[in-house]
Design a binder for this molecule. Structure first.
Ligand SMILES: [Fe+2]
Length: 333
């Protein structure tokens, strides 16, 4: 598809969703986006909530470009100085950018390897439950952010530190009737990770930590109606970002052995099958824009002892949909 301001969107290779744009001059591209601010958000919707921009390395020299290209996606680019107490993650240029990096002072740990770490054919495991860590950003708040922009300032080598994405619309539309009936109108309980509410903490008998207003738990619809495209999408996390003490689901048997756990395993196994997923192998200067309302993602292992990885992220709010209308932000209540 061609766009009026000159950029062309190609289908994402080896995926059934998403689009890719080859950018020649990152700074000029941001100027063009600002000149026609509806176009790139429209393109994101047309591409099922996933866009890969190749060649955005200008952001490394001018981090403000990342904030500028974020603005058309919603009313507010999140200021993490207001929403997060993890000041060590803030980018020195601006607290609207966080750095997901194993470097100091961020010291963000690498994800675990799956068990086993590879598929029998040597491929990267993607499907839950072999692959864990599937989530949508900050789902432990109401409203959660609509859009995330994730930039590879210094990615791990291509065979490590990939990010996996899954298409919630495709997965929803392919749900078998009985699973769809169970998911429709169901609410899941999302919670901030590593607070003692995740699946492992409950299995290990770890005590729950005190949660503050930023941590949830928050009930979120398992099937979200996208406010822009009008399409329904699966919206669900697993392991650390679900409250396994009181959930996974509102009104179902709770805990790791309950009916809710069985349903979550069924839904996540369906959601993350190869037909609905894409594994992104990062190059320096890649910018991925993903819609948290209709996609989930998971990071993969990298050798944090020998490899430095430095990824920059913004999040954008503004249009969570009718289910959230008129609500006060949960962390401001
Ligand atoms: Fe994330």
């Amino acid at each position: 598809m061609n766009k009026a301001n000159g950029y062309e969107i190609q289908p994402l290779p080896s995926a059934r969703f998403g689009g890719v744009i080859a950018v020649v001059d990152g700074a000029a591209f941001v100027d063009a986006v600002e000149a026609a601010p509806d176009e790139l958000p429209q393109a994101l919707g047309d591409a099922d909530g996933f866009l890969l921009l190749k060649g955005m390395g200008a952001i490394s020299d001018d981090p403000e470009l990342l904030i500028r290209i974020s603005r058309p996606f919603g009313a507010e680019v999140e200021d993490y100085a207001v929403t997060s107490n993890r000041g060590n993650l803030f980018h020195p240029h601006s607290s609207h950018i966080i750095r997901i990096s194993n470097l100091p002072p961020m010291n963000f740990p690498a994800p675990d390897q799956p068990d086993p770490p590879r598929l029998p054919d040597g491929g990267l495991p993607v499907q839950f439950p072999q692959r864990r860590g599937w989530h949508t950003d900050q789902s432990f708040r109401r409203p959660p952010p609509d859009i995330s922009l994730f930039y590879a300032h210094q990615p791990a080598p291509r065979d490590q530190g990939q990010t996996l994405y899954a298409d919630g619309v495709g997965a929803y539309e392919a749900l078998p009737g009985d699973l769809r009936d169970q998911a429709e109108n169901l609410m899941a309980l999302h919670v901030a990770p590593f607070k003692g509410y995740g699946e492992d903490a409950v299995i290990n008998g770890d005590p729950p930590m005190e949660l503050n207003e930023r941590d949830g738990p928050q009930a979120q619809p398992v099937v979200r109606l996208h406010p822009v495209t009008g399409r329904k999408a699966l919206y669900l996390c697993e392991r650390e970002q679900i409250d396994w003490r009181n959930g996974p689901f509102v009104g179902m048997e709770p805990g790791i052995h309950g009916d809710g756990a069985k349903l979550l395993y069924e839904l996540m196994t369906h959601f993350t099958q190869p037909a609905f997923t894409y594994a992104h192998h990062w190059d320096r200067g890649d910018l991925v824009i993903y819609d948290n309302r209709c996609t989930i993602h998971s990071g993969t292992w990298f050798d944090a002892e020998h490899v430095a990885r430095d990824m920059w992220r913004t999040t954008v709010w503004g249009n969570p949909g009718p289910a959230y209308e008129g609500e006060q932000r949960s962390w401001e209540a």
